[in-house]
Design a protein around this ligand. Sequence first.
Ligand code: PXP
Length: 247
Amino acid sequence: MAERIRLGVNIDHVATIRNARGGEHPDPARAAEIATAAGADGITFHLREDRRHIVDPDLQAIRAATDLPINMEMAATDEMHVIAMDFRPQTAMFVPEKREERTTEGGLNAAREHNKLAPMIRELQDNGSRVSLFIEPDSVQLAAAKSLGADICEFHTGRFVELMQAGDHKLAEVELERISVSAAQAVEIGIEPQAGHGLTYDTVKPVAAIPELAELNIGHFLMGEAIFVGLETSIRQMRDLMDEARA
Ligand code: PXP
C-alpha cells in the first residue's frame, strides 16, 4: 500500500484562460509555483496537438518554476515524441487525443496501439523518463500495458465521477470496484497505479481510499475552485480530503 497518496496538479486550465485573451496572464508557470508551495507532489500538463492550453514555451517556464516532477501528457505522435525526448519529463503519459473533444474522454487502447507505442516507450525510458499510460480500469488494458513495459498506469475516473454526480450510487460503486481491482492487479504485475479525471471535493475520497493508488492527477476542479478561494486554498483542501481518505 502506498502510505501517502500523491497529488499531481494539472495546470492546463490556467493556460486555457490565458489563451482566451492572448497575452501572458494568467501564467501557468506561476500556477506551478503556487501548487508547489501548496504541497502538490507533481505538476501535470497536456501539450495538445492544437495547443489549446499549454504551448511550447510554457514547458521550460514551468520547469524553471518548480522542482516537482513533471508529468507530460501527450498523444502518441511523432511531433510529441520529439518534444518529449527533448524536454525529458520525469513522466511521459500517453493519452488518446481527439481534436473535437473538450477533454480526454476515454482511456488509451493500449492493445490496439501496441506497435506504435512500443518503440516510443522504449526510447523515452532509455532517455530517462518513466512512461505512463492513461487507460480504462480493465485487465485487457493492463495486460497490454505490461507487455509494453509501462512503468505506470493511470486509471480513468471520469465514469465514476459522472455516475456519482448523476446520483447513480449503485453503478458508481461498481465502477469504483473496477478501479480498485485494477489497482491491485497493477501492483501485482509491477506497474504503479494512479488515477484521475473529473475528480472533485465530493468524489475524491472513495478513490483516494483505494490503498494501492500511488497518485491522483486533478486539474479542472482545482482551477475552477481557485477562482473563488485561490489556488493554494483549493489545493490544500483537496490534499486534506485525500489524507482523510487514507487515515
Ligand atoms: N489525467 C489525465 C490523463 C487527463 O487527461 C486529465 C485532464 O487533462 C486529468 C487527469 C485531470 O482531469 P481533470 O482536469 O478533470 O481533473
